[in-house]
Design a protein around this ligand. Sequence first.
Ligand code: SAH
Length: 243
Amino acid sequence: MGTLAIAGLGPGDEALVTPEVSAALAAATDIVGYAAYVARVRPRDGLTLHPSDNRVELQRASEALQLASEGRQVVVVSSGDPGVFAMASAVFEALELQPQWAKLDIRVLPGVTAMLAAAARAGAPLGHDFCAINLSDNLKPWPLIEKRLRLAAEADFAIAIYNPRSSSRPEAFGRALDILNRAGCGERIVIFARAVSAPDERIETVRLCESRPEMADMRTLVIVGNSATRRVGRWVYAPRHAR
Ligand code: SAH
């Protein structure tokens, strides 16, 4: 019988791929995913790679389900965790469209998501309540993103920002910084964590009022601290108590 695993490859470093995901990759006959992530899987005899473009998530999910229904051992790969702004939701969306696939053996294999890898580098900025917001407006309207930023600031969450910048939306992150500045977050500590766990990793920590849009790119995860987030030596952490 075919199987479908939806696996997270972690933020980049091999050491952060879980043993469970490594075992699924070793047993796979087919790897499906965005080309940059498929390229992280070592080719071998008996393994077919199916790289695809970034924007075709539903099509890619259907292809994976189809292969599994033909008896293949399929692994859909995402970076980080597959359930965080990634392929797991797309697979379940495709499943809703084709109920005959519901009988397949499907498993979601977690991975180390970017915000956890980034937080660990900086210290413990997610040690108190936090939220995660994807700044891409490909799949949701911009006013909803603005509303979530405003309310997250008001609720004093630490905020992990995924997809802060792309060449197609260069202005989005600048607008997000404006919203947070206007919401009174200017003194908050912000961590720019670029290419975490890759050889070109760079971690930068500034105040929100000093943050500039060009400090982030598509390989950056931004963490905005809460109002109590502070430094101790070279570390940044959120105290465990809130007033
Ligand atoms: N499923 C992924 C997120 C996909 S969205 C996960 O769980 O991590 C892609 C965004 O994730 C990027 O724009 C960036 O904001 C963040 N990201 C992914 N890998 C990263 C890394 N190694 N360092 C910093 N940010 C990363």
